[in-house]
Design a protein. Structure first.
Ligand code: 7PJ
Length: 279
């Protein structure tokens, strides 16, 4: 059986023949992001970071204007649009697919007008108006699981059965999107590493990557780059988590993940090339 993910201007096979894992590079345009934001506030910096990722072989550039690290305060609609929109227009025709990391319906609408290929929503399209904002387009939709919200999610993450609960949440969101008439070929799921999860929850979910893909019957995006789950097993601070992050990305891809969302594009691209050559 062959299945493809409709990704705006692109089409990614995710099951059957011709599957290749895709590297999504993180382009933060927030002044407060914990790993590389702050340096990329200006359009020039964002563009040079994008060029660097393209040189390194990135497939998708994920543009985000709001830091969602634990405890972060929300950003206003006006600030998010001001940060993100010039970057989207500037990177849209450089070659790679473009994604926007947002949960605000008005940002989704503007981003679709700008021509993005994916809407990446950490909130799983739960905001009122989010589904309507994305319905009449051909961009891919990444549905991520999050318990609570970025300000409170790491205070007391709690599950009886984290894999079953994340799977049930994703199923409910998939059904809400399908009920609105959205083509299932546009959908992609994400367990949401670090979003209202302990280290144990995160690894239970990483181990369940292939189970989630089977249960939801959809392609999966894994985002664990530089996250605390990597620090927890390596004992390394955020600026020394590249190798650990690549180990996690490979663990996800080995279980069938289609997209890995990463900071270190060049190194991840090489790791995946070698991994694919060995398949
Ligand atoms: C994720 C994301 C993730 C998706 C962030 C960070 C926090 N989008 N946006 N999945 N994480 N789809 O990069 O550390 O895991 S922001």
């Amino acid at each position: 059986m062959q299945s493809t993910l409709q990704f705006g201007r692109f089409n990614y096979p995710w099951r059957g023949q011709g599957v290749r894992a895709r590297v999504m590079g993180i382009l933060n345009v927030t002044p407060d992001s914990f790993s590389d934001g702050g340096n990329y506030q200006s359009l020039e910096f964002a563009l040079s970071h994008a060029e660097e990722m393209i040189e390194a072989g990135v497939d998708i550039i994920d543009v985000g204007g709001e830091s969602t690290r634990p405890g972060s305060p929300p950003v206003s609609l006006e600030d998010e649009l001001r940060r993100v929109m010039p970057v989207l227009y500037a990177v849209r025709d450089l070659g790679p697919a473009i994604s926007v990391d947002t949960y605000k319906p008005q940002v989704m609408r503007e981003a679709i007008i700008a021509g993005v290929d994916m809407i990446n929503d950490i909130n799983g399209f739960r905001a009122p108006g989010a589904i309507e904002a994305v319905r009449d387009s051909d961009c891919a939709l990444c549905i991520m699981h999050m318990q609570s919200d970025p300000q409170h999610m790491q205070l007391a993450p709690s599950y009886t059965d984290v894999v079953a609960e994340v799977s049930a949440f994703l199923r409910e969101r998939v059904e809400a999107l399908l009920a609105a008439g959205i083509d299932p070929r546009r959908l992609c799921i994400d367990p949401g590493f670090g979003f209202g999860k302990t280290v144990e929850h995160n690894y239970a979910l990483l181990k369940a990557t292939s189970r989630l893909i089977d249960e939801l019957n959809l392609p999966l995006l894994a985002g664990l780059s530089r996250k605390s789950m990597v620090g927890a097993v390596t004992g390394k601070p955020v600026e020394q988590r590249m190798a650990g992050s690549i180990g996690g990305a490979l663990a996800a891809v080995a279980q069938g993940a289609l997209i890995v969302r990463v900071h270190d594009v060049a190194e991840t691209v090489d790791a995946l090339k070698v991994w694919h050559a060995a398949q």
